[in-house]
Design a protein around this ligand. Structure first.
Ligand code: XUL
Ligand code: CO
Length: 456
């Protein structure tokens, strides 16, 4: 799928010209707050940034971010057809002036859409040069612009990352490439991406293993590749400490696409990898809904696995089409889904450095600039509703109480002895032999689901 920018060698200028100031969305003002049932075309029905839920403003619970790669660089091409997105501010070149202009447009979008954070890949904000050194220079020039513009707009960087998947050099992987030259190139790119994320005040840095996997085991030494990847991450951690970057590192699980199998296939596989290579204290997980679905899990399963390991760092908020099997990156508009997500986020006491990044794109048919607003507003309202519903379910308390009661036998002396490791098979066998047949209690799933329904 064509969700990433591909490097092209179009017209290029050497310097980032001063950005033009003309509005890119002249007909759109800051999205207003309207009442539920209002016929206003654009407006938040549910999201109220300053309204408190469980004592904290919604904006601090939700920490929304927009993804630069989708909002600014996704032309909405698909494997069968050309881009459709109208981007009147973009002159279609790979010039630095055009790249600088896009940053300004993005800040205008974030401001009008009331989104506090952003996320980027290095190659989406600045064009790849003819050499690595030139790519670094391009990135520096645009980071300078972004630092100024985002400071002026009061927008914070949720996380940065490096694009290690679009360029042909990474066809066989980056940190898991069979070629040491490619590995070194990837290290240089990630080193730089961490540095500019630090420069931009980033609160995190994401490792998504775009091509860190395999298509055939006939040509792949999986053991070696996983060890290479672990070394790569250790060096990244060392570099982070060396430069004093305090942001959190995240791994983003995904089972396949583009590879047939990717090493970071799901939350459990990532946690096992981090434990195996002694990285668990250094990296948390960035869980994406559509990746959970591709892994054959629900989003709440993936979030629960991460949370229970104290490793739930951030969320890429989107959803997929159930019966399609592709990473369709749709905006999350399912309130049942957002409620379950927010139940888990609230249960761990909220995000710290993480947030809800809309790693999502409009459908190819929704090609007008205004559709960018509709898409984000729909996602934000869905999460505002999910947050309120989750808080109401917690205040109701029946579900939590049911779960507590379901495990009550574990609070007896015997239960505590088992949990603390003080019991044995002998003791349990004696208990079971001296007792009646254990009784079974209903799991009441449908009743619990009905309670959730009450709050949607
Ligand atoms: C790909 C994906 C990426 C990561 C960042 O499916 O989700 O955009 O979020 O590289
Ligand atoms: Co993602």
């Amino acid at each position: 799928m064509a969700k990433k920018s591909t490097p092209s060698k179009a017209k290029r200028t050497k310097t980032a010209a001063a950005p033009r100031t003309k509005a890119a969305f002249p007909d759109i003002a800051a999205v207003p707050f309207v009442e539920r049932g209002s016929r206003a075309e654009l407006g938040f029905r549910h999201y109220r940034p300053d309204e408190k839920v469980e004592g904290k403003p919604m904006r601090e619970h939700l920490r929304f971010a927009s993804a630069y790669w989708h909002t600014m660089r996704n032309g909405l091409a698909d494997p069968f057809g050309a881009p459709t997105a109208l981007m009147p501010w973009d002159d279609g070149t790979d010039s630095l002036a055009n790249a600088a202009r896009r940053i300004e447009v993005f800040a205008e979008f974030l401001t009008k859409c009331r989104i506090d954070h952003w996320c980027f890949h290095d190659r989406d904000i600045a064009p790849e040069g003819a050499t690595l050194a030139e790519s670094h220079r391009n990135l520096d020039a645009i980071v300078k612009v972004a630092k100024d513009v985002m400071k002026g707009a009061k927008k914070r960087l949720l996380w940065g990352t490096a694009c290690l998947f679009a360029h042909p050099r990474y066809a066989s992987g980056a940190a898991t490439s069979p070629s040491l030259a490619v590995y070194a190139y990837a290290a240089a790119q990630v080193k730089k991406a961490i540095e500019v994320t630090h420069e931009l005040g980033g609160e995190g840095y994401v490792f998504w293993g775009g091509r860190e996997g395999y298509t055939s085991l006939l040509n792949t030494d999986m053991k070696r590749e996983r060890e290479q990847l672990a070394r790569f991450l250790h060096m990244a951690v060392d570099h982070k400490k060396k430069i004093g970057f305090k942001g959190r590192f995240y791994i983003e699980p995904k089972p396949r696409e583009p590879s047939v199998h990717q090493y970071d296939s799901d939350a459990a596989a990532c946690l096992a990898f981090l434990r195996e290579f002694d990285l668990l204290g250094e990296l948390s997980l960035n869980i994406e809904t559509n990746h959970a679905t591709l892994a054959g899990h629900t989003m709440e399963h993936e979030l629960t696995v991460a949370r229970d390991a104290q490793a739930l760092g951030s969320i890429d908020a989107n959803m997929g089409t159930d019966n399609c099997g592709w990473d369709t990156d749709e905006f999350p508009i399912d309130v049942h889904l957002t409620t379950k997500i927010m139940l888990i986020v609230l249960s761990m006491g909220g995000f710290t450095s993480g947030g809800l990044n809309f790693d999502a794109k409009r459908r190819r048919e929704s090609f007008e600039p205004k559709d960018l607003f509709h898409a984000h507003v729909a996602g934000m309202d869905a999460f505002a509703r999910g947050l309120k519903a989750a808080a109401a379910i917690r205040a109701d308390g029946r579900i939590a109480e049911f779960v507590r009661q379901r495990y009550r036998s574990w609070n007896t002396d015997l239960g505590l002895r088992v949990r603390s490791g003080a019991s044995s098979f002998e003791e349990l066998a004696n208990v079971a032999l001296g007792a009646k047949e254990p009784s079974l209690e209903s799991g009441r799933q449908e009743w619990l689901e009905a309670i959730v329904q009450e709050y949607l």
